[in-house]
Design a protein around this ligand. Structure first.
Ligand code: MN
Length: 232
């Protein structure tokens, strides 16, 4: 039955499961931080100056749950994984001080910032928006949220991605250039953070391509693991 308030079908609210709770975490916005581990900055051809964080967004409806089949996207032949710690917000606002930032965190999860590293027929100019590379359909596999009450604040520990049994990314959250409180403080200078926002905190080195048939298992110490399968 359609909802008579709307003139076309209304979009579904994106949600994430919460470990140990039947309630769902409603996703409002997905903020992403780029180039937040020195070894990854180097592999992408950058220098390691502590520039302000790169910020972009994915639409909330790009989320794919743990266990999903993720179709190889259109308009690329270079589809990459980026395994990232996800921070889920329970409150927010503008100009959050670093010292208060963690009070706004609901929990943590594991996400993949899937990326069209090259985009077919895209204008070959630097400094263009990243939407075509980053914000396409089904580009944000994300596992369940673990609450701060259950797991505490996750800021060090192994982060590892395995593709078909081979370790491709193997780092430690302690190597993030911008730590979670700094990321929240910086983001909130530009945007009013709100309950339901999630933040992808950047990927360590070892990014690379996947093809249909690959099985990706991403794990973070204290948060378990998520699995996705790349399909045609
Ligand atoms: Mn990323």
């Amino acid at each position: 039955m359609s909802d008579q308030r709307f003139v076309v079908a209304a979009p579904k609210l994106a949600t994430l499961p919460v470990v140990g709770d039947t309630g769902l975490f409603p996703v409002r916005r997905i903020y992403c931080i780029g180039r937040n581990y020195v070894a990854h900055v180097r592999e992408m051809g950058g220098d390691e100056a502590r520039d302000p964080p790169i910020i972009f967004q994915k639409p909330a409806d790009t989320i794919m749950p743990d266990g999903s089949d993720v179709p190889y996207p259109k308009m690329t032949d270079d589809f990459h994984y980026e395994l990232e710690l996800v921070v889920a917000m329970k409150s927010g606002g503008y100009d959050i001080p670093e010292s208060e930032a963690l009070n706004h965190v609901f929990g943590y999860g594991i996400g993949l910032d899937m990326t069209r590293r090259t985009v077919i027929d895209a204008p070959a100019r630097p400094n263009l928006p990243w939407e075509l590379k980053k914000s396409f359909d089904q580009s944000c596999p994300c596992g369940p949220i673990h609450t701060v009450e259950d797991v505490g604040h996750i800021d060090t520990g192994a982060i590892q991605l395995v593709v078909d049994g081979d370790i491709r990314q193997d780092s430690d959250l302690g190597l993030m250039i911008w730590r979670t409180p700094e990321i929240i403080a910086n983001l909130s200078k530009y945007f009013s953070l709100e309950a339901g926002d999630i933040i992808m905190t950047g990927t360590p080195s070892g990014v690379g391509p996947v093809v249909p048939g690959n099985k990706l298992v991403g794990s973070i110490a204290g948060l378990g693991a998520i699995t996705i399968n790349i399909t045609n």
